[in-house]
Design a protein. Structure first.
Length: 168
C-alpha cells in the first residue's frame, strides 16, 4: 500500500510542477523561461517583469526592447547599490545576453519595467508581451501574474514559515 501512495504522490508532484516548468518561449537561440510579474494595486501606472533569458547560440545577442498589450511601453532596467542605496536606471541601448549564457531578471536586479499600465495586473492573470532581440528578432511571451509580495514565479520563491513542530 505504501508503494502505491508514494507513486501517487510522485505523480502529483510531476503534474503540478509541469505548468511552471513548461513556461518557456523561444526565437532563434534565445529562450525565455518562467516570465512573471506581480499584481499591482489599483491606480498603479508601472509594473515589473522578471524571467530568465538563455542564449544557446555561439554569439551574443542583445535584448533591445519590447511591447506589451497591457502597457504603453516596455523598458529594460537595472538595479544596483550605490553609496548604500538601491538605485534603478534604464538601459536604453539594451542588455547583452552572452553566448551560451543567461541573464536572470529578478527583483533587485535586471527587470523589465512596464509603464503606462492600461489596467491593474491581477494575481492569476496571464498578460502578453513581445521582446525584441538584435539577432533573434521578436519573441512573443506570456507573463504569469503572481501576488503583490511574491518573490518568484508562482510564488515559489516566497519565504516559507517552518511547519509546526519543525526546528530550523
Amino acid at each position: 500500500m505504501s508503494l502505491i501512495r508514494a507513486a501517487a504522490f510522485a505523480a502529483l508532484l510531476v503534474f503540478t510542477a509541469a505548468p511552471v516548468l513548461a513556461q518557456e518561449f523561444k526565437a532563434g537561440d534565445i529562450i525565455i523561461e518562467k516570465p512573471w510579474s506581480r499584481a499591482t494595486p489599483k491606480g498603479a501606472t508601472v509594473a515589473a517583469g522578471y524571467m530568465v533569458v538563455r542564449n544557446s547560440g555561439a554569439t551574443a545577442d542583445k535584448l533591445v526592447g519590447g511591447s506589451a498589450d497591457f502597457a504603453g511601453a516596455v523598458q529594460i532596467h537595472e538595479m544596483s547599490m550605490s553609496g548604500g542605496f538601491m538605485k534603478m536606471r534604464e538601459l536604453p541601448s539594451g542588455l547583452e545576453i552572452p553566448a551560451n549564457g543567461q541573464v536572470e531578471f529578478s527583483p533587485k536586479a535586471y527587470h523589465l519595467m512596464f509603464t503606462g499600465l492600461k489596467q491593474p495586473l491581477k494575481k492569476g492573470d496571464k498578460v502578453k508581451a513581445s521582446l525584441t532581440f538584435e539577432h533573434a528578432g521578436t519573441v512573443a511571451v506570456e507573463f504569469q501574474v503572481g501576488g503583490l509580495g511574491d518573490t518568484g514565479p508562482g510564488g515559489a520563491a516566497k519565504p516559507q514559515a517552518p511547519m509546526k513542530g519543525m526546528q530550523m
